[in-house]
Design a protein around this ligand. Structure first.
Ligand SMILES: C[S@@+](CC[C@H](N)C(=O)[O-])C[C@H]1O[C@@H](n2cnc3c(N)ncnc32)[C@H](O)[C@@H]1O
Length: 236
């Protein structure tokens, strides 16, 4: 089953819009977004996602819930040979990413300004070299746990979408979600935890770029936990 079919609870994210947008950001939504937006129609998603990018890319990486897009823009700037797909339904966050894209003249980002679930089943197996899920909404109340973006059904999709040896990078400062995510990740037979010592979940990987939520968590004194998992090679 793909996560797309799990629609018993429609809401997986919080607000769609926050405070009114300034003119520059409204212009970016009107002019830049249509140029780089992904259309979630089956005939618009090529089996090889690298074809979504104007310049050749050696691999495609996905960020789910990019917030203000600081991490996504920084990774895209650092890795010009990678194509990035970012999904985020919060429109102020999308506008913030567009501002980074314009300021840094980035050409290797495509955006889906809505719920990642609409895309998951449309994308071919082994589409991504890396999937980032950074500081996702924790949905702390038990009846809301099924809204969490990491759970059994979605992990089946993420593992299917990762190439052999590809990485799923999860991070959170919410201890309840960390425990939940680790339990579910360890249950998935196609994913392998890369940690070799406690340092590996306490310290961000070397090529890390701090996210806005991560900065806020650290400022509050909450310790982020980093859980890198690798896609186990398919047999045959
Ligand atoms: C707590 S914020 C973290 C943002 C960012 N990753 C950071 O660390 O600064 C979680 C984000 O995930 C987004 N989100 C939640 N559910 C989503 C979904 N189904 N598809 C895509 N994004 C989602 C929310 O809109 C929100 O911006």
């Amino acid at each position: 089953m793909t996560a797309n079919n799990d629609d018993t609870d429609k809401r997986w994210y919080g607000r769609r819009q926050g405070k009114p947008l300034r003119a520059t950001r409204r212009r970016l939504l009107e002019e830049l977004l249509p140029k780089i937006r992904i259309d979630p129609q089956p005939d618009q998603i090529p089996p090889d996602l690298s074809r979504l990018f104007a310049s050749p890319v050696r691999e495609v990486w996905l960020e789910i819930g990019f917030g203000g897009g600081e991490h996504l823009a920084a990774q895209a700037e650092k890795n010009p040979d990678i194509g990035f797909i970012g999904c985020e339904p919060f429109i102020n966050g999308v506008a913030s990413l567009l501002k980074h894209i314009e300021e840094k003249s980035l050409t290797n980002i495509r955006v889906y300004d809505d719920d990642v679930r609409h895309l998951l089943s449309l994308m071919a197996d082994q589409s991504f070299g890396r999937i980032y899920i950074l500081f996702p909404d924790p949905w702390p109340k038990t009846p809301h746990h099924r809204r969490r973006i990491v759970k059994q059904e979605t992990l089946v999709d993420y593992a299917r979408l990762l190439k052999d040896g590809g990485e799923l990078r999860f991070a959170s400062d919410h201890q309840g979600y960390v425990t939940w995510a680790l339990w579910h990740l360890l249950q998935n037979p196609d994913l392998h935890w890369l940690a070799r010592s406690p340092r590996d979940w306490r310290v961000a990987p070397d090529d890390w770029e701090e996210t806005r939520y991560e900065m806020k968590a650290k400022a509050r004194g909450d310790l982020p936990v980093y859980l890198p998992f690798q896609r186990i090679a398919r047999k045959g």
